[in-house]
Ligand binder design. Structure first.
Ligand code: ADP
Length: 505
């Protein structure tokens, strides 16, 4: 890293304390790191799947052995509740590493298809998935390890080098993870990290062969435009406004528990957070009562490591807290009832867990991404209405449905405009590694997880060789009438599907 670069000061959002610095890297710094990674990638691809699997395994072991230390770092730079942050970050990383280490090779197996027609019978065909040499992975501030590790293991397993850039708001933990890969695991230097703000991210896009981005839709559009100019492929996981639909026959105890967790986990700062609920009229009052009952018991704030004294912690940025406040204020002004919560804390970037009813689609809280510990709940007369309202959004990340009739749940799921839908659960789609997670509409392009999650980092390379090499072929030079006639005959013989045409002169 460039020691003379200007520094970014990292503060804990719970109390504003300075917890570290990272360099704000320039485009030249990024280009230099990209070149180093490209050089290392050649050998990384050459060591093959078995060699790469070994390093991924050692990386997994290092993450497991350093869990507590990494959790403390996350806590410092995010002000997250200890219980909240220790629930997923390392577990996700380990799971994804193991998944692609086990299945990556099979997903990328070379193929040798047979020639498709009798005229091509002399060809030997092979198609191999070759890695994009350098993949960029740009992440936001809401999950310090999991965000990156949902996408990086597949790229490494595919044989790519990875140039990562954590958010300038919370870069410390990820910088430490990449240092661990290099210095403590001692792995090849194919996982790089640059730090800085938007301009550093934009230099990443300018230097890589494929870009994976997780973050806001606005930034995603800018990255897509630049990737379009450079003609590099991209995979984008952007904002969401995930809806949950509670049918009259739902198990309300389970539904309420899950929806509260899905809306409040990490102070609502996850892309697949439950952002709004539609509940059928017969169970509306009971569902709201249950939700309010659970939400009023939630404890928020930044607790000590190992204390488990709070359920969720800080909003990670002041501007994000302002968005939450503005959505609550807008709902209030337009006639919503605040059933519980509704205010920011007097100190630190915290917001009370908030449940709102008497909400409608004129309100920002039902249409725009809130990304906070809020849950607006709307009563609906029918499932048709619920589906119509759930789909009244430009986003399409994920969603959920609650019913005791699993078949009905799946039918409702199919009618929701979202890349994944959970029936009788929330958020779990992200962790089902065999199936793709893709954002529709303004929620993204491409997908992670499953075979698609690794195929996106590769491009097909076909090699066509000749089993029999004649001195000349029919369609080469010279052009003669007899060759043209032979060609026409061959076209009929091979192409026609009836004997009259096949044999016609
Ligand atoms: P948020 O973190 O609020 O979701 P962004 O989507 O802007 O907000 O940020 C996500 C990541 O994208 C961060 O790492 C940020 O530095 C980076 N970033 C911001 N602007 C650009 C850009 N123009 N090109 C590439 N990366 C960017």
């Amino acid at each position: 890293m460039n020691a003379t670069a200007p520094q970014i000061v990292v503060r804990c959002p719970a109390d504003g304390r300075v917890v570290g610095h990272v360099p704000d890297m320039s485009a030249d710094d990024v280009a230099a790191e990209a070149e180093r990674l490209r050089n290392e990638q050649v050998e990384w691809e050459a060591i093959g799947f078995a060699g790469r699997r070994r390093w991924l395994g050692l990386f997994r072991d290092w993450l497991l052995d350093n869990q507590d230390r990494l959790h403390r770092l996350i806590r410092e730079e995010t002000g997250k509740a200890w219980g909240d942050l220790s629930m997923g970050e390392i577990a996700v990383a380990v799971d994804v590493l193991n998944y692609y280490a086990s299945h990556g090779e099979a997903f990328l197996t070379s193929r040798s298809p047979r020639p498709h027609s009798a005229a091509m019978i002399t060809k030997k065909l092979t198609v191999e998935r070759r890695p994009y040499p350098l993949v960029g992975v740009i992440t936001p501030w809401n999950a310090q390890i999991a965000n990156a590790m949902l996408d990086i293991p597949a790229a490494l397993m595919a044989g790519c080098a990875v140039l990562s850039k954590p958010s300038e708001e919370t870069p410390l933990t990820w910088v430490e993870v990449v240092r661990g890969w290099r210095e403590e695991v001692g792995a090849p230097r194919v996982l790089g990290c640059v730090t800085g703000a938007g301009h550093t991210g934009s230099a990443v896009v300018d230097n890589v062969d494929m870009i994976q981005f997780t973050g806001s839709t606005a930034t995603g559009r800018r990255i897509a435009a630049r990737a379009g100019e450079r003609l590099i492929p991209m995979s984008l996981e952007l904002g969401g406004k995930d809806a949950t639909i509670v049918c009259a026959d739902a198990d309300l105890e389970r539904a309420a528990g899950a929806v509260v967790w899905g809306a409040m986990h990490n102070a609502g700062q996850i892309c697949v957070s439950v952002e709004r609920a539609y509940v059928e009229a017969p169970v509306y009052e009971e569902f709201v009562d249950r939700v309010v009952g659970l939400v009023t018991q939630l404890r928020w704030g930044m607790d000590e490591p190992g204390e488990f004294a709070t359920d969720y912690g800080a909003m990670l940025t002041a501007s994000q807290l302002e968005i939450v406040e503005s959505h609550v204020a807008d709902a209030r002004t337009r006639g919503a009832t605040i059933r519980t919560g509704g205010r920011r804390a007097p100190e630190g970037l915290f917001h009370e867990p908030t449940v709102m009813t008497e909400v409608d689609h004129s309100m920002a809280c039902m249409r725009e991404e809130t990304f906070g510990p809020t849950l607006p709940i709307m009563k609906v007369d029918s499932i048709e209405d619920a589906i119509g309202l759930a789909n009244d959004t430009p986003y399409g990340l994920s969603g959920s449905v609650w019913t005791r009739d699993e078949r009905k749940g799946r039918e409702i799921a199919r009618r929701m405009n979202a890349g994944s839908v959970n029936v009788n659960n929330v958020l779990t789609n992200v962790f089902q590694l065999p199936v793709p997670m893709s954002g529709w509409g303004d929620s993204g392009l491409g997908s992670r997880n499953g075979p698609e999650g690794i195929l996106r980092y590769t491009r097909p390379q076909s090699v066509i060789s000749e089993r029999v090499a004649f001195k000349s072929e029919l369609y080469w030079y010279p052009r003669t009438a007899s060759r043209a006639k032979a060609m026409a005959r061959l076209t009929r013989l091979v192409g026609a599907r009836d004997w009259r045409r096949r044999l016609a002169r």
